[in-house]
Design a protein around this ligand. Structure first.
Ligand code: SF4
Ligand code: F3S
Ligand code: FES
Length: 247
């Protein structure tokens, strides 16, 4: 006899969210639990949108691309940093706790200002091509050919989406405000490899040769474990540390 497939009952998710509005002097950080029925292929982004639409329009969280590209939906998901748009609720227990990424300025609830942090890091490390002749050269002359292997290496490092998960996962970054983290050290490695950048190792040493840079890293490895783009961050940091140690 033909078996009739039995449809599983949808789970009820209990989503506990750390709520706080730092702009409101009356606001106290508190946990608020929302319940909703899980849908097929539901991501945390979809769950949060459902809560905001149907239960609490004041809930703050960030998203742009919904595809793991823009890096704006990073948050702490059951104690681990991750992207809300790339996290399926079916991979989580029915009780889910969400909190904003630490180390970044809180805008409200799950929304943090990673852009401000990334801009500060970028200015601190001068993450742009430094070339003496740059002012006099045309854009065309910058477009020189590059070995495919090198272009591939640079491309690999440029896959970073500046989501902040590596900073949230790093003990050093929680203790030192000036620590540039794996995201910053990854960028420095990228410019060191770029033949158009004329900075010497001594110049790079000035930027990352102290505890705010490579020597602040305690090889805790949370950055690499939590990077949603699976960048080889610990390997890059070890490479940079060896190079800086020989300056
Ligand atoms: Fe996010 Fe990885 Fe870039 Fe860190 S290195 S900001 S975890 S993509
Ligand atoms: Fe932090 Fe990663 Fe180093 S977690 S301590 S930057 S290896
Ligand atoms: Fe862009 Fe999640 S919304 S990475």
């Amino acid at each position: 006899m033909k078996q009739i497939p039995v449809k599983q009952l949808a789970r009820t998710l209990h989503i506990q969210i750390l709520r706080h509005n730092p702009c409101d002097p009356q606001s106290e950080p508190r946990l608020q639990t929302f319940e909703l029925e899980e849908a097929d292929a539901m991501t945390l982004f979809i769950a949060l949108s459902d809560i905001r639409e149907n239960q609490d329009p004041s809930l703050q969280f960030d998203f742009v691309c919904r595809a793991g590209i823009c890096g704006s939906c990073g948050m702490i998901i059951n104690g681990r940093p991750g992207l809300a748009c790339r996290t399926l609720t079916k991979d989580l227990p029915d009780r889910i706790t969400l909190a904003p990424l630490p180390a970044f300025e809180l805008i409200g609830d799950l929304s943090v200002n990673t852009g401000k942090w990334m801009r500060g890091m970028s200015e601190q490390l001068e993450t742009w091509v430094h070339s003496q002749g740059l002012e006099q050269t045309s854009i065309d002359s910058l477009e020189t050919t590059m070995e495919p292997e090198l272009a591939e290496q640079l491309y690999e490092l440029e896959r970073c989406i500046e989501c902040g998960c590596c900073i949230a996962a790093c003990g050093t970054a929680q203790m030192r405000e000036d620590f540039v983290g794996a995201v910053g050290l990854n960028q420095i490695t990228r410019f060191q490899l770029d033949p158009r950048d004329e900075r010497s190792d001594a110049d790079y040493y000035q930027l990352v040769g102290d505890d705010s840079g490579v020597f602040g890293c305690m090889t805790l490895l949370g950055c690499e474990d939590m990077c949603p783009k699976q960048l080889p961050l610990a390997t890059q940091i070890a490479f940079l540390r060896r190079r800086m140690a020989s300056v």
